[in-house]
Design a protein around this ligand. Sequence first.
Ligand code: NDP
Ligand code: 2IT
Length: 451
Amino acid sequence: MAVSDHVDFNGFMEGVKRRNPYQPEFVQAVQEVAEDIFDFIGDKEEYHEQQILRRVAEPDRVVSFRVCWEDDQGNIRVQRGWRVQNNNAIGPYKGGIRFHPSVTESVLKFLAFEQTFKNALTGLPMGGGKGGSNFNPKGKSVREIMRFCQSFMTELYRHIGADVDVPAGDIGVGGREIGFMFGQYKRITGHFTGVLTGKGLEYGGSLIRPEATGYGAVYFLANMLAARDMNLEGKITVISGSGNVATHAAEKIVHLGGKPVTLSDSGGFIHDPEGLTLEKIDWVKAHKTHRRGRIQDYVEQFKGARFHEGKTPWHVPCDVALPCATQNELLGDDARALVANGCIAVSEGANMPCDLDAVHAFKAAKIMFAPGKAANAGGVAVSGLEMSQNSARRSWSEGELQQMLKDIMHGIHQRCLTYGDRGGGYVDYVKGANISGFKKVADAMLAFGVV
Ligand code: NDP
Ligand code: 2IT
């Protein structure tokens, strides 16, 4: 078949939409990648003939299951759980678990698809997967969360393994939940293996895993700025979210001399024009994680800050921005407002926080824009290092891991340049990340033949 006979981009996307009805997030994620991959594979007959893009956009499997648990009042509750195993061409499936009422099969399929290319970009041998449940941890007691995690793992355990599929945390799943799930896995199987990452330090976890995603997103931002002879010193930074990724991103911005002025949650955002200090960030961490409080309480604690109910922070003037909450939280008009207000760089700490309109607006304005699959890969990269430490039954020091994280983020930046450098000082990091991540997975798939 001649290259010209192959299905075009529109035909491909029509097929994706037809096969995945009512899955808008998944279709969106595939479209963002396919836009660039079609350019790249235009003259590469083998990728067409072997249907590589079509195959990578079809998860290896989606496991869906019922999760029953008993609440503190003795009521029986029923949730749905999933594990999406997207692709294991370059290593065991790897990716987080999300507990949030907005979780659907579409959301997890988009996350597992993105994870496949993100993991390839890290340079470590990890395939792509994602799991989760529509369970809402908000307002639940710790015992209820424990019972839910145990019930979730009672089904999940048969689908995962240290060389098969290694889940970790994501929205609503932190160290505590990983502990409950690891305990249940060990209880059912009797095996102490590196089947989950993000574990506590006492039982096989890695130093700096909690910090890695936020720190990594800021390192990537610093790499983009350095490529243009700039740095973070004095840069006004707008950040969304107030969870694991957002608070550690804010912390690293402060370390590097920048000035974070916002954080948010699903209730709205706080604007602190004086800037968040390490002390203020520690208060937010304790308030959101241990006290499970709301970000609006910040303004009672720290004078001079204001809470904006039901709003996102993108209209606050800034030099750089880090969306670190959730998907589709930064839309086209937000992107245009950021550009108009002088924002020069955006680094996605969250997965797909910017919708396609926003991404196109950043590209049109030619500002520095780092997609999540490159910018937030530091978390899964340190998860990969946790797997290595578990296999070798040893632990690296904090200093060693900090250096490895920096090197990995630098390596990802370099990989983006390979296919993203447009000349004249402009780098299309979206294209660079998509093609670089795709190529590694695609070439491994070619080696296996039709499987
Ligand atoms: P957390 O659960 O620690 O924090 C999530 C934050 O996002 C909270 O502030 C939460 O607010 C806010 N949020 C969640 N959903 C919504 C929503 N629908 N609208 C507005 N705000 C919302 O999660 P993480 O920090 O771990 O994850 C944040 C993002 O980073 C996600 O996109 C995740 O996939 C991505 N990511 C995480 C990695 C990790 O290692 N943890 C690695 C790579 C990416 P509230 O408290 O009100 O719910
Ligand atoms: O989106 C992500 O990369 C994560 N939630 C982290 C996955 C992992 O396996 O550490």
